[in-house]
Design a protein around this ligand. Structure first.
Ligand code: MG
Length: 203
């Protein structure tokens, strides 16, 4: 399986990092070794002084497809979950300045904690979904899918023009504003609406 992630998919987040609001989706990938499940602790890497949390809704691809038409793209995911796209912002910044790729900042071990997945049919409106991240009991990020720049269908159609999607692949759909540093000892709790999906510690 593979993990595809969308950068800058919420305008307010693009602006907080002084990035332009994109006109086509920005994508990058993480290896499967980035995945952390079952609320296992995230071990803070020693190569970064500035690992940021990015809370994101995650799609689980339910069948193989390439060149998927946007009108039918909704048929390619049945479940959604919540994830954190941990980002070594200091490494990413240095690489951005040199025009280098982001893998070391985005793809390191444990950089993709994910929740269990739930049927999308559980939700009345996929484009009015609140999700949030609390750290040590304090609200740090809140997003609503009505603010997505590129819809889930648009993302699937776009990505599958280039990369065949397979059953079980995950798509991180972008973070809202409020990203910031995590430190050892922090407790991260993530919610979709009022349902707690993530609850783990930084060690
Ligand atoms: Mg992200």
């Amino acid at each position: 399986m593979k993990i595809i992630a969308i950068g800058r998919n919420y305008a307010e987040h693009a602006k907080e990092l002084n990035n332009p609001v994109p006109t086509t989706p920005v994508i990058f990938m993480k290896p499967d070794t980035a995945i952390l499940k079952d609320n296992k602790p995230f071990y803070h890497p020693d190569f970064s002084e500035d690992v940021h949390h990015e809370i994101e809704l995650v799609l689980k691809i339910s069948k193989e497809g390439k060149h998927i038409n946007e009108n039918f793209a909704g048929n390619y995911f049945e479940e959604i979950g919540l994830g954190v796209d941990f980002t070594a912002r200091d490494i990413q910044q240095r690489h951005k300045e040199k025009g280098l790729p982001w893998e070391l900042a985005k793809g390191f071990d444990g950089s993709a904690p994910i929740s269990n997945f739930v049927p999308k049919a559980n939700f009345k409106d996929l484009y009015n979904l609140n999700f949030k991240l609390d750290i040590n009991g304090e609200l740090r990020q809140h997003g609503n899918t009505k603010d997505l720049l590129f819809s889930f269908e648009r993302i699937i159609a776009f990505v599958s023009r280039y990369i065949t999607l397979k059953k079980g692949d995950l798509i991180f759909t972008g973070t809202p504003e409020g990203v910031g540093r995590v430190k050892i000892g922090d407790r991260l709790e993530g919610y979709i609406e009022d349902v707690k999906m993530l609850d783990f510690y930084v060690k």
